[in-house]
Design a protein around this ligand. Sequence first.
Ligand code: ADP
Length: 401
Amino acid sequence: MSASRVLVLNSGSSSVKYQLLDMRDSTRLAMGLVERIGEQSSRIRHTHVGADDTREWSGPIADHDAALKAVSEELAKDGLGLDSRELAAIGHRVVHGGKTFTEPTVIDDAVLAEIERLIPVAPLHNPANLTGIRTAQALRPDLPQVAVFDTAFHTTMPESAARYAIDVRTADEHRVRRYGFHGTSHAYVSRATAKLLGKAPEDVNVIVLHLGNGASASAVRGGRCVDTSMGLTPLEGLVMGTRSGDMDPAVIFHLARVGGMSIDEIDALLNKKSGLVGLCGDNDMREIRRRVDEGDEEAKLAFDIYIHRLKKYIGAYYAVLGTVDAIAFTAGVGENAAAVREAAVAGLETLGLAVDGALNAVRGDEPRLISPADARVKVAVVPTDEELEIATQTYALVGRY
Ligand code: ADP
């Protein structure tokens, strides 16, 4: 029997999320999270999916090397150790692939060097992703390692959507352009939406709304991304849990010149203390809805601002695509918050958009339609699965390798 397991690693600066999948039937064998790497109170939470067994422990985990060894030990306890010959490859989520990486890529020294060269445009993410790759390579030097880039799906955007209207030479010198993120999710969800409609991805136009703590929208024409709301960094676009999304860039000059704030302070303000949390103190949509239901005015305004921006993007991407077959809601808020879905399409009946109240209220883990049966544009809830998509792409590549 040839090796059929893929380990998916999502390495952050102080955390590693992982899943082990069997690609013969795309099932999850184990999954978990190592948090607070480098602290005394590091924590690992590991689930052996088949046995429905979750274990947690905490203690110092010094670095990514120690984290991966801890993961390996947990997997070994389940008979799923990383030294197994069943392991076919390791797939890594890499946040920024710039213009270079348009597809999943088997990692070699040149690929590592290019991911490193992209650090200036992804200073928070690419270094952590690189550490994860190097650690995994040291653990299993014999195994193919694949990088799956968050930006890759968006590299099909035309220049008219990807370029900012700023001086071309300055933009090119500093690689300033719109890259987009969450690409693995937008790719997976747009394809799953086509399947839900019983059509091939090439035959449908879809607006994907990935609404998690980070949030982004994309316009997908015939399976190819033609626009997305995040830009040079994930700060642009929708109102998010802690990020502002779109605003006049001159707000930054104003805060620096008049407010006396440093660039780092403004960076932290816009990325960490803005969005829903900046508007009302909460970034969890469940809590915001609870407060709205209790008549809390601050939470209501935060919700309204969130919905207003979302509706603007639906309208914008409708115009970009010309004809739209479906709008797909995904990620934590998109999959769970019926009130967000209802409010986002309210009043858009003339665009052929509506939500059926009863269908929208149903909860579930499967892709489903929530628009009335005769709707011109379908509205769908499509749970995203970035780890499965990374594993699928990794396995497909290694199979050919
Ligand atoms: P990320 O991967 O960006 O951290 P997720 O896709 O996991 O985010 O989404 C997290 C968000 O989903 C939470 O901040 C929360 O607001 C929202 N969420 C999760 N469950 C629900 C729910 N039942 N109702 C409303 N919002 C929810």
